[in-house]
Design a protein around this ligand. Sequence first.
Ligand code: CS2
Ligand code: MN
Length: 364
Amino acid sequence: MEMTFRWYGSKADTVTLEQIRQIPGVTGVITTLYDTQPGEVWSRERIRGMKREVEEAGLHIAGIESVNVHDAIKTGAPERDDYIDRYIETLENLGKEDIHLVCYNFMPVFDWTRTELARRRPDGSTVLAYTQEAIDAIRSEEMFAAITADANGSVLPGWEPERMEHIRELFAMYRDIDEEKLFENLAYFLRRIMPVCDEYGINMAIHPDDPAWSVFGLPRIITNQENILRMMRMVDNPHNGVTFCSGSYGTNLENDLPGMIRALKGRIHFAHVRNLKFHSPTNFEESAHLSSDGSFDMYEIMRALYETGFDGPIRPDHGRMIWGETAMPGYGLYDRALGAAYLNGLWEAIEKAARRERGEAERS
Ligand code: CS2
Ligand code: MN
């Protein structure tokens, strides 16, 4: 595996590449052209500019998160082929610039959904949190205003104001889309993009729906092992893979995270590893990465990745806001850096123990 860090680009991020480079063991960044809209073609010039900036700071681009998929593709609207053509052109340009990993999601209307961006924990840190009661009490049209009020002035990923202005139309577009239709539209999209992925060796890594269930009556499909395996069978190509995000699949306590990692062996192209603390099955907050601070066994998650031979980029995911930092919620420097160091520590221990065991087996 390669330890990486998400970076939104120098215009959008409060964290600098110089800071990222000083996090021990982090060699790559996961980045994006944050000012592009879904459906816009990424030019080679812009991709090259982004690469140059990252490389001049002594890092490299380990992958893109995200190239967002236009709602016309997700809903299978008549103009979807045109948008898929544009997506293909972006993939082609990324491939030509030697970028081989693209994270994306297929969530209708909203990307990840939280109901609080700054819940205070006993130690004074603030974190993103979710309660089903709060979702049930709010109308979908109010969601954007509620979310941005606490966003420390930043644009949240997947909550582009330009799209959110049209929220009613967006909901109308999804009126007739159920899970089956969404699966079909995903398969259609994947079938069309696989040739360009084959040509340039691009791994597509779908990000799970977060939370892993339907919100505001919208269908959500990338939620559990069965559905992902279905998606992989629908378009059976190794480039059709997943981003394993423990914090997103983990929202559903029925998901056995290490078990899922083992079941998806070979098709996990990218990993987001973070922890959640549950107060009830539908009330959780994003804790520190450390196992004892939340509800997941992070050692078992990392061990499953190690034992299945995971060799892609991994990154800490949302962090707490600590030490007085002001940043995009979930995306400050300090707690994610602690997360990266912790995950690196787990990995080193797992790797050394496995080597020792193998050595001992050889000797005996
Ligand atoms: C991310 C997602 O911040 C997050 O929760 O993991 O926004 C993710 O980047 C997208 O869903 C991927 O397209
Ligand atoms: Mn994630």
